[in-house]
Design a protein around this ligand. Structure first.
Ligand SMILES: NC(=O)c1ccc[n+]([C@@H]2O[C@H](COP(=O)([O-])OP(=O)(O)OC[C@H]3O[C@@H](n4cnc5c(N)ncnc54)[C@H](O)[C@@H]3O)[C@@H](O)[C@H]2O)c1
Ligand SMILES: [Fe+2]
Length: 372
């Protein structure tokens, strides 16, 4: 039996923060991205929250949320025992908020009433997913925790909040959306509904991401990319992901490559690998790029996929993204040394089973070596 669930109420547009006015007489833990304190964005959000609420802020959020940091937030959770958690920021902040909830509820044996997510990047889709990705710095591991109850109850998608994102963050997080869409599209759990969302994600990113990168204050472009990020989040939350994410998590854990960039480095190689193993997968990729208006319908699937791969690489060039670990600044010898551990950990990653074809260790090794 197949299932699709979209439990989050999603509010869109530049007036959606008004929703916060419904909160009254609540103990609120706001988990804020580190860039937010003393910004007009946080002022705007705080203004929407009625003074009768008791608000406590945790803003010591680190990229690729490390367990130690999350536990500092859990201490704050233990003290105030919040009824509401609001996670505001990039995927790292929203994931930190989810992880604080996960451990805080377990330790205190009670459930919060509501979790609200307010993304400030268009990337992870964490505002609608059941996932939080947590790093263990000492063990060099980065792994997702998946629990349906961690899916936010409410998501507020205000495009204005993304407009302050630096160019590199816009590029990397947008390429994460493309990866979510392309992996969800062909993953084992895909169905017609997730395909529709994934195809839209691909179309929007291929046609609008560079505009967001070049003109970050183009609100129309920001809005469509922000909503595509959410659509891709719903798609992969239901369909699953694949080996691009399984390997990308290892690049984050071992070499601190930002998540979306790690995905983007691997993506062209994974698309070619999966296409080479399954004609059905190749056809789905080809249809998606055709629906995006970037190839004509009479082109063969193989050529359409090659075109898709070239477009991904061009996007990376246009947005100044390094395409290998070496270009990112990792010594080849250091990267090669990690091969076995990266292959072993990728196979254990929760995203691995979603891939449409099952790779051998040698396949994973050679995919990894393509980005060394
Ligand atoms: N939970 C999920 O479903 C899911 C899915 C994919 C990825 N992830 C995880 O999410 C994390 C990546 O999230 P991300 O790509 O959003 O990056 P991020 O949250 O790490 O943010 C990157 C940087 O941008 C800054 N920033 C964010 N928004 C900004 C804004 N509007 N203005 C100025 N600065 C801003 C942050 O402070 C940070 O320094 C990774 O840990 C990744 O593994 C989670
Ligand atoms: Fe991702």
């Amino acid at each position: 039996m197949e299932k699709i669930q979209i439990p989050t109420k999603v509010f869109l547009g530049n007036d959606c923060l008004d929703w916060l006015q419904v909160l009254s007489n609540k103990k609120i833990l706001m988990v804020c991205d580190a860039f937010l304190p003393n910004t007009p964005t946080l002022d705007r959000i705080e203004k929407e929250i009625d003074d009768r609420n008791q608000v406590s802020i945790f803003s010591n959020v680190k990229p690729d949320p490390p367990l130690d940091n999350i536990m500092l937030g859990v201490e704050q959770f233990n003290k105030i025992k919040p009824e509401i958690i609001i996670g505001i920021g990039g995927g790292s902040a929203i994931d930190t908020a989810k992880a604080i909830r996960f451990f805080g509820e377990k330790l205190n044996k009670f459930k919060i009433e509501q979790f609200v997510a307010i993304p400030t990047t268009s990337g992870t889709g964490s505002e609608v997913t059941n996932t939080t990705v947590v790093s263990d710095v000492k063990k060099h591991t980065k792994a997702p925790i998946l629990k349906d109850y961690l899916t936010p109850d409410v998501a507020l998608l205000d495009p204005k909040l993304v407009m302050t994102a630096p160019k590199s963050v816009t590029a990397f997080s947008g390429l994460d959306v493309l990866t979510h869409s392309l992996e969800a599209l062909v993953s084992k759990g895909a169905n017609t509904i997730t395909d529709a969302l994934a195809e839209k994600g691909i179309d929007v990113i291929l046609n609008n991401l560079v505009e967001c990168y070049k003109h970050g204050n183009n609100e129309d472009a920001r809005k469509i990319v922000h909503e595509a990020s959410c659509a891709a989040g719903i798609a992969f939350n239901n369909a699953g992901l694949g080996i691009c994410h399984s390997l990308a998590h290892q690049l984050g854990a071992n070499f601190h490559v930002p998540h979306g960039l790690a995905c983007a480095m691997l993506l062209p190689h994974v698309v070619l690998y999966n296409s080479g193993k399954s004609e059905e997968v190749m056809h789905k990729y080809a249809i998606s790029v055709e629906k995006s208006g970037l190839v004509s319908a009479n082109m063969s699937d193989r050529i359409a996929v090659q075109r898709l791969v070239n477009i991904i690489k061009q996007l990376m060039v246009q947005m100044d993204c390094p395409q290998t670990l070496r270009a990112f600044g990792v010594k080849s010898s250091a990267a090669m040394e990690k091969t076995n551990v990266i292959v072993a950990d990728a196979k254990k990653d929760a995203t691995f089973p979603g891939n449409p074809v099952v790779p051998t260790d040698d396949d994973l090794r050679s995919l990894y070596h393509k980005v060394v």
